[in-house]
Design a protein around this ligand. Structure first.
Ligand SMILES: O=P(O)(O)OC[C@H]1O[C@H](OP(=O)(O)OP(=O)(O)O)[C@H](O)[C@@H]1O
Ligand code: HPA
Ligand SMILES: [Mg+2]
Length: 189
């Protein structure tokens, strides 16, 4: 690992500042307010990464809604998706006949979104849509639609604002590209 104790030293460069993220939340919140008016959507945050985005996004939505969380993960080893999506904590709400909006920090290979869409559709949700802060299409494997997103990102590993590497760096308030040397120093182990 890096010798530094300062988390910002592991960042190659800042991709989106706190102000950029705030503007994305405002724009998406406006759009979702219009699209979900009168639908009482069930807005589901995907733990753990989406927690930060979820709390900012729903406060920009002027819509009566219900909130729930699901804990799903597939990046145990950090950089590469294991391809196996694990459901650790399920939602409590019954989704039958509900308009469900999944909130994600990032859609990358699409494995996680596909898993959740299939599960919620099987349970009888009326609609399942996804709002992701970031949409990374370069490594997309599953055919999924990211209905709403803040920004497209290149094939770079990003951290901050909920996005982690080895469950670290989620608390960085902006989004940055992780230094390649951080990934390399861990992949040799
Ligand atoms: O499109 P995919 O390739 O499936 O990648 C996207 C998913 O991976 C990350 O979660 P992760 O599994 O790392 O769990 P975490 O949210 O707890 O970090 C991220 O928060 C998305 O849920
Ligand atoms: O670029 C990423 N950063 C953090 N977590 C992720 N999960 C999928 N892609 C990423
Ligand atoms: Mg993760």
């Amino acid at each position: 690992m890096t010798k530094s104790d300062n988390i910002t030293d592991i960042i190659d460069h800042v991709l989106y500042s706190q102000e950029d993220i705030q503007a994305m939340c405002k724009r998406l919140g406006k759009q979702l307010t219009a699209d979900y008016a009168g639908k009482n959507p069930l807005v589901v945050g995907v733990l753990k990464g989406a927690v930060f985005f979820m709390t900012d996004l729903v406060r920009e939505m002027d819509v009566v809604m219900q909130n729930d969380f699901m804990d799903v993960s597939s990046y145990g080893d950090g950089f590469e998706s294991s391809g196996k999506v694990r459901l650790d904590i399920d939602i409590q709400a019954d989704v039958k006949g509900r308009d469900v909006l999944l909130v994600e920090d990032i859609v990358d290979t699409g494995h996680t979104l596909k898993f959740m869409e299939d599960l919620l559709t099987k349970r009888g949700a009326k609609s399942v849509k996804c709002c992701a802060l970031l949409n990374k299409t370069a490594r997309r494997v599953d055919n999924v639609t990211v209905d709403y997103y803040g920004a497209m990102v290149k094939n770079e590993f990003v951290v901050g604002y909920g996005l982690d590497y080895l469950n670290k760096y989620r608390n960085i308030p902006f989004i940055g590209v992780l230094k390649q040397e951080v990934i390399d120093s861990n992949s040799n182990k």
